[in-house]
Write a protein that binds this ligand. Sequence first.
Ligand SMILES: N[C@@H](CCC(=O)N[C@@H](CS)C(=O)NCC(=O)O)C(=O)O
Length: 254
Amino acid sequence: MYHPEPSRVQEVNRADGDALKPPSHAVPSAGVDLEVFGKAATGTGNPSTQRGDCPFSQRIYMELEEKRLPYKATYIQEGPDKPAWFMEKNPSGLMPVLRDGSEWIQDSERIFEHLEAKFPNPALKTPDEFKDVGSGIFPTFVEWLKSKDQAHPAKQDLIKELLSFNQHLQKHGPYIAGEKPTDSDFTVAPKLRHARVALGQIMGFAFPEKLEALHKYIELMEARSSFIHTDSPDEMIICGWRKKFSLPEKLDYE
Ligand SMILES: N[C@@H](CCC(=O)N[C@@H](CS)C(=O)NCC(=O)O)C(=O)O
């Protein structure tokens, strides 16, 4: 568990210089009219005011927070019953979606590019050479979980991805591109959280302890106020994956 002690949160945030500022989405800002549509908590209405567990949406909430941009958040249920007005603006039905004034932008990657171009400070773009670092973790995690097989080869693929991420951090860390978090960190950290929580519960798997740079990274990312403000509880993450792949509470394993 990386829910840090309150004193630790304060310490890390102070080092980042953002401990004393309120969450940006509470502060109105002239001329900025941003609304994010993210995944809703299951069964809370459609649209809903209750945030669900979507790592793609969390990337965007975090980037808005890091850029101190005010935004409205509206949440939509996963599945076939999305509101017609939402499907008209976003035929893929996928979240997150950003509305900027009258313009609608789909897909977290395109949303990030839009935000970075329009609100360049602070710059969050990851240098090209580091852009894909950590990108193999989520697909291998999903493949393993979906297999419902504790010994599935995707487990070893995931461990390889974690090792290579750890090695990268040892060389370039503490963040993917060095001293400051950038877009790739906001992409990877929510996915690492999903993998850690879901695999811990369902597969009985813990990220190897020897991957010290990885554990330090998780601790740093999850202590940021932008992460804390936009995170989902473990139970919600576990329920979300169980529902998605019809998984049992726990697999039978030794
Ligand atoms: N490539 C998309 C993926 C987004 C995605 O898969 N979102 C899921 C929620 S985590 C979704 O909207 N699912 C809607 C549905 O299945 O009905 C992105 O990066 O924005």
